[in-house]
Design a protein around this ligand. Structure first.
Ligand code: CDP
Length: 217
């Protein structure tokens, strides 16, 4: 019988550094990594490509159920308009329900027989994997997160207006924390990792220490 997969739940608001920290954790411990935001972004990208309204709950749920591997590889997944639409479809309970089984099975049976899985998102520690042995809530001030997102977009050669990005981040925080279904919030048993003043290597070192206390190689 295969051993139980070790799950790390990494939650937090937009651009707090979860994605990068998640990839580094996966590398360090030989875990599989799932960027669950990518699933919501893929639903949003499908809808934008088909000129569909992301607020239409019925259509959004059908699109979430029809998601395929090609959608997860769309080139525009990280674009700002896709991120914005993602946080709109993510508030629709039918969309969340459609994506839940995939996330749970990834956590329980990670690909390539990995010994564990790290999932990053908004509701991993609260809803998707409430029994995860390690939960980390990664956050940073809205201003610092906006600064990082501007740098990320500029590095890709996109023209960006810093004030618009900050407003976008704040609007997304508001939608993510205020929705009724699986809102963004720190699980009671999650470690708080505030990266406002921490560069990635320092933030990763803290996450690694938290995991190493529970996961013995
Ligand atoms: O990369 P960034 O932090 O900007 O966002 P993301 O993690 O790619 O997620 C995009 C959107 O999907 C978020 O604004 C959330 O509304 C939604 N999401 C969610 O509701 N639940 C998750 N587990 C992951 C993302």
């Amino acid at each position: 019988m295969s051993q139980k997969s070790f799950v790390v739940a990494l939650d937090g608001p937009a651009a707090a550094g979860k994605g990068t920290i998640g990839r580094l954790i996966a590398q360090e411990f030989g875990f599989a990594h799932l960027d669950t935001g990518g699933l919501y972004r893929a639903v949003a990208a499908r809808m934008l490509a088909g000129d569909l309204d992301p607020n239409d709950a019925k259509v959004a749920e059908a699109e979430a159920k029809a998601l395929d591997a090609g959608d997860l590889a769309r080139a525009n997944l990280r674009d700002e308009d896709v991120g914005r639409a993602a946080s709109v479809v993510a508030a629709i309970p039918g969309v969340r329900a459609a994506l839940l089984a995939y996330q749970r099975s990834f956590a329980a049976r990670p690909p390539a027989d990995a010994r564990g899985a790290v999932l990053d998102g908004r509701d991993i520690g609260t809803v998707v994997c409430p029994d995860a042995p390690v939960k980390i809530f990664v956050t940073a001030s809205a201003e610092e997160r906006a600064r990082r997102r501007v740098a990320e977009l500029k590095a890709k050669g996109e023209e960006v207006d810093a004030a618009t990005i900050l407003a976008d981040i704040k609007a997304r925080d508001e939608r993510d924390t205020q929705r009724a279904d699986a809102p963004l919030k720190k699980a009671a048993d999650a470690h708080l990792l505030d990266t406002t003043e921490l560069a990635i290597p320092a933030a990763f070192a803290k996450a690694k220490a938290i995991i190493a206390q529970r996961f013995k190689t």
